[in-house]
Design a protein around this ligand. Structure first.
Ligand SMILES: [Zn+2]
Length: 264
């Protein structure tokens, strides 16, 4: 056991925590499709020295998440024994979701779709700008390789990123990112100047989604896809964290002509 490298030991110890959560080697073997004898050996394994145990204290503190993971994987397998085997062969999602990182807005759960159905990119305030190589790379992979048919830009009311962009407080590095929201605010200054309080806040959340969706439409990836006749639509949605419901902001662009109509 001492011959194992540190990363291997770490992996091994994490497996032990996982298996201990299952209470029996037989049950673990059944869940993980491995030999009961191997499970027993692993269940009996303890880290060889204190320093490793200390090093892994963070992992131990998060053991409840591994327990939940084992339980979840088991439940999914109980419903569909081939689920993970099938999913491991390929992913073929029809949707790309560009949403906010906010923990209350999880893409798959909101639209009740299982793993494998949505390709997801999330960042603070669901921004999709032409200089963000991360977001653009996700769009390119989703469109060119996965051939998604829909790109949904989904914002949400009560977005902390939008709220911060509306104020003048200094927040450090993130203020550079929030500059993109301030741009949206500036583009729509006239409309926003007519509003106050929550109404203004909510409207900026909506306008930001519409602007980011327009950015996606204008990206070289989406423009090229449309030029070659790809079946691809861009949508703008907003989610309410107060009632769990989505609202379509009535923007659905499927061609450069649609985009021209929107801009005219
Ligand atoms: Zn947000």
């Amino acid at each position: 056991m001492h011959a194992l490298t540190r990363p291997l030991q770490r992996e091994f110890y994490s497996l032990v925590i996982n298996l201990q959560a299952l209470n029996s080697a037989e049950k673990a073997a059944d869940r993980l499709l491995i030999e009961p004898a191997i499970c027993k050996i692993r269940l009996e394994y303890h880290p060889p020295n204190n320093s490793l145990a200390e090093e892994l204290s963070v992992l131990k503190d998060l053991s409840h998440l591994f327990e939940r993971n084992v339980k979840w994987a088991g439940e999914v397998k109980d419903k569909n024994p081939d689920f993970f085997t099938e999913l491991s062969k390929q992913q073929a999602p029809e949707y790309l979701w560009i949403g906010c990182s906010d923990s209350r807005v999880p893409a798959n759960q909101i639209v009740a779709l299982p793993p494998g159905e949505i390709f997801v990119h999330r960042n603070i305030a669901n921004v999709a700008v032409h200089s963000d190589l991360n977001c653009l790379s996700v769009i390119q992979y989703a469109v060119d390789a996965l051939k998604v048919k829909h790109i949904v830009v989904c914002g949400h009311y009560g977005c902390g990123g939008i709220k911060a962009a509306m104020g003048n407080e200094e927040n450090g590095l993130i203020d550079n990112w929030l500059g993109h929201i301030k741009d949206v605010s500036r583009f729509h200054a006239e409309e926003l100047s007519q509003l106050e309080g929550d109404e203004k806040f909510n409207r900026l959340c909506e306008l930001n989604v519409l602007e980011q969706a327009a950015n996606v439409c204008n990206s070289t990836v989406v423009q090229s896809a449309w030029k070659r006749g790809a079946d691809l639509s861009v949508h703008a949605w907003i989610y309410s964290i107060e009632n769990g419901l989505l609202k379509d902001l009535s923007l659905s662009i499927s061609s450069p002509q649609d985009l021209e109509k929107l801009n005219s």
